[in-house]
Design a protein around this ligand. Structure first.
Ligand code: CAA
Ligand code: FAD
Length: 379
């Protein structure tokens, strides 16, 4: 087993690190405070190829591997977890799902602008009464011959207001359970498609989260993804890869909080010595370093397996479960290490603590990851 990164992977990591420091760090506190979407930075991320990293260049992507994607996600999330979720949804839910499962016509029309960062996309599965229990969703898409009629509400949709292209999951044959679900490509602006107000959130406040309402929206037949009834399998398979993105986001948040804490512990003095010389503080840093290294290994393993074309349902879920717990544990202790300074915004770690929490909730809660893992290992 070779733990060394290739020249290309190191180059991507460095490019993402430089971008995060120069384009995302300035203003990250203000964007959090005012819930401001990082529009300029996201545009530049598109120009640099960070929004379609794994997509074949013939569809406007950068043609990189999943390991490079994990490296870039970590660097972006280390500085700005809100920008990282925009990147994760566009790359590993929207673009990856479209490249793998869409028709050539759909890819030419929708994937090319998404992968090149010209526009961004959203993935719409959750509903007010169906989050973890995704098969219980109520949104319907009734077959009208040459089109479907879409009705229902989707909740908490990342990029909900800023996206142009939406992948929407809906029931066509509710009597068939999960085998009656379809996935559709829906465009912003179609009659009957309304975007609700922006959610006021605890963390990732720079990201754009909305509910979406569909009232008799006409979706052309050619915008259905795959065969009739493929929608739930589509969502589950896309989420397997998406969980690597969120695991990497969690890893980045943890690494960012750890680096700030290590620096602070070497500088801050109490009882005539730097606080790192107090074992209680040094041991917190040791725990952080171990957990972050383990989380990184799980992310890399899942990414390498994805690149090898293996089933990543278990490894993606393991990476997300562990990395999100690591992000939470690390950021809570980062605030503690910073003492009173940890509680104010200019030291960044209180924001990181608020940002970390969502990684245990979206793209499948930690409890759902345990269901996926336990069902997988029982097979
Ligand atoms: N990979 C592939 N297929 C899977 C799968 C996986 N991880 N998990 C389940 N399936 C398949 C099963 O094989 C089964 O298919 P067949 O009948 O053809 O064999 C089908 O899905 C139904 O499986 P279950 O009977 O296990 O279904 P369930 O109703 O008990 O629930 C679940 C399955 C795993 C809990 C699923 O509902 C789930 O993943 N829920 C969480 C939803 C989620 O992650 N939402 C995230 C929304 S996107 C988001 O959050 C983005 C963001 O924040 C940025
Ligand atoms: P519930 O399913 O109601 O769960 C409540 C609690 O019960 C949780 O602790 C859960 O783990 C637990 N629970 C539920 N079922 C079980 C069980 N069987 N066993 C044990 N415990 C269980 N969704 C999208 O589709 N697209 C997006 O872009 C998107 N972005 C989001 C962004 C943000 C900021 C947020 C907050 C959410 C986003 N979501 C998105 C929705 C997210 O995926 C759901 O919130 C998540 O899947 C959990 O669903 P829920 O909120 O309905 O919780």
């Amino acid at each position: 087993m070779d733990f060394k990164l290739t020249e290309e992977q190191l180059m991507i990591q460095q490019a993402a690190r430089d971008f995060a420091q120069t384009e995302l760090l300035p203003g990250v506190i203000e964007r959090d405070e005012h819930s401001k979407f990082p529009a300029e930075a996201v545009k530049k991320m598109g120009e640099l190829g960070f929004l379609g990293m794994m997509v074949d260049p013939k569809y406007g992507g950068a043609g990189l591997d999943s390991v490079s994607y994990v490296l870039a996600m970590e660097e972006i999330a280390k500085v700005d977890a809100s920008a990282a979720v925009v990147m994760s949804v566009n790359n590993s839910l929207v673009c990856a799902g479209m490249e793998k499962y869409c028709s050539e016509e759909q890819k030419q029309k929708y994937l090319v602008p998404l992968a090149s960062g010209e526009v961004i996309g959203a993935f719409c599965l959750s509903e007010p009464e169906a989050g973890s229990d995704a098969t219980s969703q109520k949104t319907t898409a009734v077959d009208m011959g040459d089109h479907y009629l879409l009705n229902g509400t989707k909740n908490w949709i990342t990029n909900g207001g800023t996206a142009s292209t939406y992948l929407v999951i809906a029931h066509t044959h509710p009597e068939k359970g999960h085998k009656g679900i379809n996935a559709f490509i829906v465009e912003k602006g179609w009659p009957g498609f309304e975007i609700g107000p922006k959610e006021k959130k605890m963390g990732i406040r720079g990201s754009d989260t909305h509910s979406l309402m569909f009232t008799d929206v006409k979706v052309p037949k050619e915008n259905r993804i795959g065969e009739d009834g493929f929608g739930f399998a589509f969502a589950m398979n896309v989420l397997n890869g998406g969980r690597i993105g969120i695991a990497s986001q969690a890893l980045g948040i943890a690494q960012g909080a750890y680096e700030l804490s290590l620096k602070y512990a070497k500088e801050r003095k109490a009882f005539k010595t730097e606080i790192i010389n107090h074992q209680a503080i040094a041991f917190k840093l040791a725990d952080m370093a171990v957990n972050i290294t383990a989380a990184r290994m799980l992310c890399m393993k899942a990414a390498a397996e994805k690149d090898n074309g293996e089933d990543i349902s278990i490894s993606g879920a393991m990476a997300k479960l562990f990395a999100s717990q690591t992000a939470m544990d690390t950021t809570v202790e980062a605030v503690q290490i910073h003492g009173g300074n940890g509680y104010v915004s200019e030291y960044h770690v209180e924001r990181m603590m608020r940002d970390a929490k969502i990684t245990q909730i979206y793209e499948g809660t930690s409890e759902i990851q345990k269901i996926v893992i336990s069902r997988g290992i029982a097979k």
